[in-house]
Write a protein that binds this ligand. Structure first.
Ligand SMILES: Cc1cc2nc3c(=O)[nH]c(=O)nc-3n(C[C@H](O)[C@H](O)[C@H](O)COP(=O)(O)OP(=O)(O)OC[C@H]3O[C@@H](n4cnc5c(N)ncnc54)[C@H](O)[C@@H]3O)c2cc1C
Length: 291
């Protein structure tokens, strides 16, 4: 199928892009890597009057570390994160999750921020940013605001981003505590979206879990932050019983549907098993000094 007709603009600067969005935000669609938007245009599920291509804006690609934060620019592609060996030493969940996304073609063009803004409940990055308690830097011509990952997803393919805003970066606080993460994904075949996936990040305080972050993929209307499960772990030694209880709470938070990928009951049980596995892997990495 061919897309409906649309105007196309590729501004040279962020300021110019924001000014276009201020005027035409309601009938425009931002395009970064185009890996989700172009299929939507072709299927005519999206028919914007204007496609605003931000793919070549300067200064928005790459990962920086400053003031205790990791800042992932909005044009950082999945492949950039997958291959970042330095990042793997501190936030191994990022290259690990990147490797699970789609196939090399999509990973070479698609961006982490684009995936998060697309807000597909089956998207992998949504759960990762929930587990990491990340923030999104949203910029409009009126200024900048930070949106917590937990406040970002409103429903399937819907976020709290305003039509005049562009996400310019994803920010993650870097902890001085021993920390580790893991992304566990079940897919029917290579490059498929998740049947179920789970993101886990822990910070340790000696033998106890100081903080745990858990995000669930493809088991609800949005990526889900498993808050009750996180609370089970906070301040506790991660014994088998504590981990099993956290995994049960995460499964209880999941709201999957029966579909061709499996029954709701099966998916809930995969959540339980993956949270157990993910926690053990993340804690092992934190204690072994590898993120
Ligand atoms: C064959 C195939 C397999 C896939 N498999 C997976 C998979 O296994 N797991 C997975 O998670 N995803 C998968 N995807 C989805 C895809 O990887 C991501 O959704 C995609 O990479 C999004 O990034 P993008 O830069 O291409 O965004 P685009 O397609 O350019 O944009 C997506 C949406 O986000 C908005 N947007 C993009 N960037 C910004 C920004 N900076 N600020 C504000 N709004 C913005 C756009 O307006 C649009 O609504 C797959 C896609 C394909 C085609």
């Amino acid at each position: 199928m061919f897309p409906a007709a649309f105007d196309y603009a590729a501004p040279a600067t962020l300021a110019e892009a924001l000014s276009v969005l201020k005027q035409r935000g309601d009938d425009a669609k931002v395009m970064a890597g185009g890996q989700s938007l172009i299929p939507l245009l072709k299927l005519r599920f999206a028919q914007p009057a204007l496609v605003l291509d931000i793919g070549r804006l300067p200064g928005l690609a790459g990962v920086k570390r400053d003031n205790g934060h990791l800042t992932i620019g909005a044009l950082t592609r999945h492949v950039d994160l997958e291959r970042d060996t330095e990042l793997g030493k501190t936030f191994s969940i990022l290259p690990e999750a990147a490797h699970w996304i789609a196939d090399p073609l999509v990973r070479n063009r698609g961006t982490m921020a684009g995936s998060v803004c697309h807000a597909d409940p089956s998207g992998d990055w949504g759960s990762v940013i929930l587990a990491l308690n990340a923030e999104l830097v949203a910029q409009s011509s009126a200024g900048e605001r930070m949106i917590k990952a937990a406040d970002f997803f409103k429903g399937p393919f819907a976020t709290t981003l305003r039509p005049d805003e562009i996400v310019t970066a994803i920010r993650i606080a870097v902890s001085s505590a021993a920390s580790g993460g893991s992304y566990q994904k079940l897919e029917r075949k290579v490059s498929d979206f998740a049947t179920v996936a789970v993101a886990v990040q822990v910070e340790m305080d000696g033998r106890k879990v100081a903080r745990a972050g858990i995000g669930l993929t493809a088991v609800g209307e949005t990526n889900i932050k498993a808050v009750a499960a996180e609370k089970v772990l906070a301040g506790q030694e991660p014994t088998d019983e504590v981990i099993a209880e956290a995994a049960r709470q995460a499964a209880a938070a999941a709201e999957p549907k029966d579909d061709i990928r499996g029954t709701a009951a099966y998916k809930k049980d995969v959540v339980r098993v993956f949270v157990q596995r993910g926690l053990k892997a993340a804690i092992g990495r934190a204690q072994g000094g590898k993120a």
